[in-house]
Design a protein around this ligand. Structure first.
Ligand code: EPS
Length: 392
């Protein structure tokens, strides 16, 4: 399975093409729209979300709600394009009238300046920011929704929530009380902040409100958990086959993500070996299992069968309403950075995006290991493999 996305933030359409989804997977537009709506919801999001109601259209690869095995094209229309139709017009030459709202003062922390230098966009850094905008993550969430449907067929569930926004933190001790991800999902999705508990939800909303009043932005961390994952996805035999490495890349590849950890992650650096390794047990019913999950579901780049636990670090959004120092690319004079409409924080949306990225990497790994032509054959093979693992 592989995919690509295309689209500018204020251009007419967002597109994704996915290749390698097996034939026979039941999928509806509602399955995808539900996930797109989750990405749009979340405390701290800006005015753009009031303009858009992201809904997907299948253009190819799906017939009567079942995948055909052929490339699947997903399309989401940018409603905001109506307000940008001249400025973002693909088919008319540039005129003084349709090149308004030029961006000449790059925002520190955004792709503006380096992207402008690299692609020689001397005249308008909008040519960079339209694509580097997090609007593109709409399509990754859409692809993730297809991946999640595939994973659900073999009993794999994936869920993302918010660990902290600035200094306001979820109480991670609460996690032990949830025996399945659905119970966790019911709680975190009931909060506008995707926090784990009501106290953290209130504290995070306070931080976001204060940050907005200060015309500032704030970052945080999100965590994704995946359960029901078969043992042995990925491989130790070659560096580029390690699935934790692929997931790490997918997480850091999300706009504004600057770090990733698995299980105990960076805290493990302060511990000793016997505090970190997950001891091995065996039971006639379930076969081998671990007494803990400090390594976040991975050993040797392979899934252990325990829950996958991935954390991502999200930097504050670079667009500041009280802009920082920059330089005008025309005049080379010092100037405050450009202001584009933006969100106070995107951490609440980032939980959904990180969840999608983990789902995509897991679906790819499943389709690398098992039949990728037909969903029923894939399911039979996974079931037979799980039985083989149980009897090891
Ligand atoms: C973004 C800037 C804002 C955000 C956008 C990401 O867009 P606009 O300038 O249109 O208000 O709202 O996020 C989305 C549009 C989205 O759907 O997530 C940026 O510069 O990255």
């Amino acid at each position: 399975m592989r995919y690509t996305t295309a689209g500018e933030s204020h251009g007419p359409e967002e597109i994704a093409v996915i290749e390698g989804i097996p034939a026979g997977l039941h999928i509806t537009q509602e399955d995808i729209n539900e996930q797109l709506a989750r990405r749009q919801r979340g405390y701290g999001r800006g005015e753009r979300q009031k303009i858009e109601t992201d809904t997907v259209t299948f253009l190819t690869g799906v017939r009567h709600q079942y995948t055909l095995g052929s490339p699947i094209t997903l399309n989401v229309h940018n409603d905001d394009h109506n307000n940008w139709s001249k400025i973002m017009a693909p088919n008319t030459p540039a005129t003084p009238e349709n090149t308004l709202r030029k961006v000449l003062r790059p925002r520190p922390g955004h792709a503006d300046l380096v992207g402008g230098i690299k692609y020689r966009h001397h005249d308008d850094l909008r040519n960079v920011l339209e694509r580097s905008s997090a609007r593109e993550t709409t399509m990754r969430v859409a692809v993730g929704a297809v991946a999640k449907k595939l994973l659900a067929e073999i009993g794999v569930d994936v869920h993302g929530f918010v660990v902290n926004v600035g200094p306001a933190k979820s109480d991670l001790n609460q996690l032990t009380q949830y025996h399945d991800l659905q119970a966790l999902r019911d709680v975190t999705e009931s909060f506008e902040t995707r926090a784990l508990d009501a106290a953290a939800d209130a504290a995070i909303r306070d931080v976001i409100d204060k940050t907005k009043r200060d015309a500032n932005t704030v970052g945080g961390q999100v965590q994704v958990i995946a359960t029901g994952v078969p043992v042995g996805l990925g491989s130790y035999v070659s560096a580029d086959e390690k699935l934790d490495g692929k997931i790490a890349r997918a997480i850091v590849g999300i706009n504004a993500f600057k770090g990733v950890q698995f299980g105990g992650g960076f805290d493990n650096a302060e511990k000793y070996g016997d505090q970190v390794m997950d001891e091995i047990f065996w039971d006639a019913e379930k076969g081998f299992y671990r007494g803990s999950d400090n390594l976040g579901g991975f050993e040797g780049g392979m899934t252990t069968g325990e829950a996958i636990v991935v954390r991502g670090v999200v930097k504050p959004i670079p667009t500041l309403y009280r802009p920082m120092q920059s330089v005008d690319i025309d005049t080379h004079q010092d100037h405050k950075a450009s202001i584009e409409r933006s969100d106070t924080t995107a951490v609440t949306a980032a939980a959904v995006i990180a969840e999608a990225m983990v789902a995509i990497e897991l679906a790819k790994a499943v389709l690398d290991k098992f039949d990728a032509d037909n969903i029923d054959r894939m399911k039979e093979q996974v079931a037979a493999y799980r039985e083989e693992v149980r009897r090891f």
